[in-house]
Design a protein. Structure first.
Length: 147
């Protein structure tokens, strides 16, 4: 697994796909290998393979908002807006604080002409991002004053 992840870090995506495939042959339920191979496939624009990996991963972890969002991005790359929207709605239902789901759903809404909803999702995503950044800084000892 380590060499497959190292290959990804070194941007040797085909090598990482091959290594993750070998791992999956031995351990068919290895979620990390399946998810990582999906990411590598997505980066290489092997969208159909990425879609299959993310779908396989969802059989193992059906409540993974991260996986749903990754599959939604793959659907977007394939111009399947309805499927992307379905996965993003589900991801937000599972994790209402998941920033990427709102920002990606904003993109889908923009594509289908729902500009008001696109703007609303973008605002929610950016507000959550700001809150998360502020919380992180406060946990590091930085304090904010509201005037």
């Amino acid at each position: 697994m380590l060499s497959a992840k190292e290959a990804m870090i070194k941007k040797k995506f085909q090598e990482s796909i091959d290594l993750f495939t070998e791992i999956i042959k031995i351990e068919p339920d290895n979620f990390d290998a399946i998810f990582s191979r999906g990411i590598a496939n997505f980066i290489k624009k092997n969208y159909q393979n990425a879609l299959e990996d993310f779908t396989q991963g969802l059989f193992l972890k059906p409540d993974s908002s991260k996986l749903l969002c990754s599959r939604a991005n793959t659907y977007l790359a394939l111009d399947q807006n309805d499927s992307a929207l379905h996965d993003l709605n589900q991801a937000i239902e599972i994790d209402p604080q998941y920033i990427s789901a709102y920002l990606t759903r904003s993109e889908v809404m923009e594509r289908i002409g729902e500009r008001e909803q696109a703007e609303a999702d973008k605002e929610v995503g950016l507000r959550l991002q700001q809150q998360m950044s502020q919380s992180l800084l406060e946990s590091q000892g930085f304090m904010f004053q509201t005037w």
